[in-house]
Design a protein around this ligand. Structure first.
Ligand code: UDX
Length: 435
């Protein structure tokens, strides 16, 4: 098989497939990424993946190239794993990478093969790509297109690829289904359920799932806003709700809200696509979900300002976390960096530390200062603000911080700390939605 695009999704998929015993060729237009991967280096942070890359390369079943002709010749199944970011100046998904992957690959498809899209795309894209492939591929209609959305979470990408909750096969023929079943035989052998459906349903499953998750997070964060106005505690509220199995506690963690390369842009692209289709009203609530989520960032900034007696100008703020979530170095639409950058624009002297995302953060926000570790970042801080719930931040001892900060004030943007512990150590502790 070939895997087109070697970002978080594609690299993980290519490596896991080779480990499971398939012959895999990974393709990317970026020669530096290809070189790194061939040298055994994963170009991003993902627990467990570097070890598997080494194993896959040693097996001789995996290689990476920039050559689409080589991939076209090699693969019986070609997985499309390129990114679909938000368009500049629009909420729509930017499909240029998907289109160009298909345009580069299709002219090299000279025999019967399956192209399986994994990228998150607006519904209707697969049908358009199928027509494009039939037009451009020398094998014409012998090349089929399927849609096989990916649900992997960064930080758990290996597990989510090797043993997903479910697989979705969007197909237009029995043959395409059999090809996908063959391509995932070791996964399916573990009893992973498969939903076989049409192309458009498969495309929709992904955005519907991410919209639901985003809605759950914004729902509890909306409750946090109400708690703030009433003195109630959203943390207790969420715990009480979670005992109801119909509601469940997952994705019901209140705080700074969601970010990353998926949820924010997926709900926007979905709302945009629904409007194009004339059913915008049906998912109009997604704009509200986005709005609630953005307000969490603003409210976190407000809490820091409050702790600085109304003015952050010249105040020293320690920002713990930059990645959009722990166990990731991904800073795409990261709430943490958004808060840090806003405080800096307001005149604060912000020192950031993140265990994995420092290089990425520095590249995008060179105006911020960076510490060597949490304690270093907190040196002389007027306020400490916890923005990404890395374990090492959860385990911070108040006494160790007291020894270096100028004032003992902390905003816990992720409800990651024990308020009683910090308060009894003499800290002014504030968290969104908590008294
Ligand atoms: C998400 C989906 O989970 C995955 O299935 C899909 O394929 C891609 O998008 P990912 O972006 O890796 O995965 O992150 P996820 O673990 O879902 O977290 C998303 C964001 O929500 C993070 O910023 C996280 O901090 C936040 N979050 C999550 C909350 O604020 N509260 C929660 O209860 C859960």
């Amino acid at each position: 098989m070939s895997v087109i695009g070697t970002g978080y999704l594609g690299a993980t998929h290519a490596i896991c497939m080779a480990v499971m015993g398939y012959d895999v060729i990974g393709v990317d237009v970026d020669p530096k990424k290809v070189q790194k991967l061939n040298d055994g280096e994963v170009p991003f942070f993902e627990p467990g993946l570097p070890e598997l890359l080494t194993k896959a390369l040693e097996s001789g079943r995996l290689r990476f190239t920039t050559d689409f002709a080589e991939a076209g010749e090699f693969g019986d199944v070609h997985f499309l794993c390129v990114g679909t970011p938000q368009q500049q100046g629009s909420e729509a998904a930017d499909l240029r990478y998907v289109d160009s992957a298909v345009e580069s690959l299709a002219p090299h498809l000279r025999r019967r093969a399956l192209v399986a899209g994994k990228s998150t795309v607006p519904v209707g894209t697969a049908a358009r790509l199928a027509a494009l492939i039939h037009e451009l591929a020398p094998a014409g209609e012998k090349v089929e297109l399927a849609w096989n959305p990916e649900f992997l979470r960064e930080g758990f990408a290996v597990d989510d690829t090797m043993k997903p909750d479910r697989m979705v096969f969007g197909v237009t023929s029995e043959w395409a289904e059999q090809m996908l079943r063959a391509a995932f035989a070791p996964v399916l052998a573990q009893g992973v359920p498969v939903k076989v459906t049409d192309l458009q349903t498969a495309e929709l499953v992904k955005v519907a799932a991410n919209s639901f998750l985003a809605t759950k997070i914004s729902y509890i964060n909306a409750m946090a806003e109400v708690c703030e106005a009433t003195g109630a505690d959203v943390h207790d509220l969420a715990e009480a709700l979670a005992y109801d199995e119909r509601i469940g506690g997952k994705f019901l963690r209140p705080g700074l809200g969601f970010g990353g390369g998926c949820l924010p842009k997926d709900i926007r692209a979905f709302a945009h696509r629904a409007e194009e289709l004339g059913v915008g009203q049906a998912v109009g609530f997604l704009r509200e979900i986005d709005g609630i989520n953005r307000r969490r960032r603003a409210r976190t900034v407000d809490l820091v300002v409050e702790l600085c007696d109304g003015d952050v100008q010249g105040k020293r703020i320690a920002a713990l976390g930059a990645a959009f979530k722990p166990n990731s170095d991904d800073i795409r639409d990261a709430p943490a960096l958004d808060v840090a950058a806003t405080l800096s624009r307001m005149g604060a002297d912000v020192v950031v530390f993140d265990p994995a995302a420092m290089e990425n953060a520095r590249r995008v926000h060179p105006e911020l200062s960076y510490g060597d570790n949490a304690i270093d970042a907190a040196h002389n801080a007027d306020v400490v603000v916890l923005l990404t719930e890395w374990t090492e931040f959860r385990e911070l001892e108040p006494a160790a911080m007291t020894a270096v900060t100028a004032q003992n004030k902390i905003v816990d943007g992720r409800h990651a700390l024990d308020p009683a512990k910090w308060r009894s150590a003499g800290w002014e502790y504030r968290a969104l939605g908590r008294p």
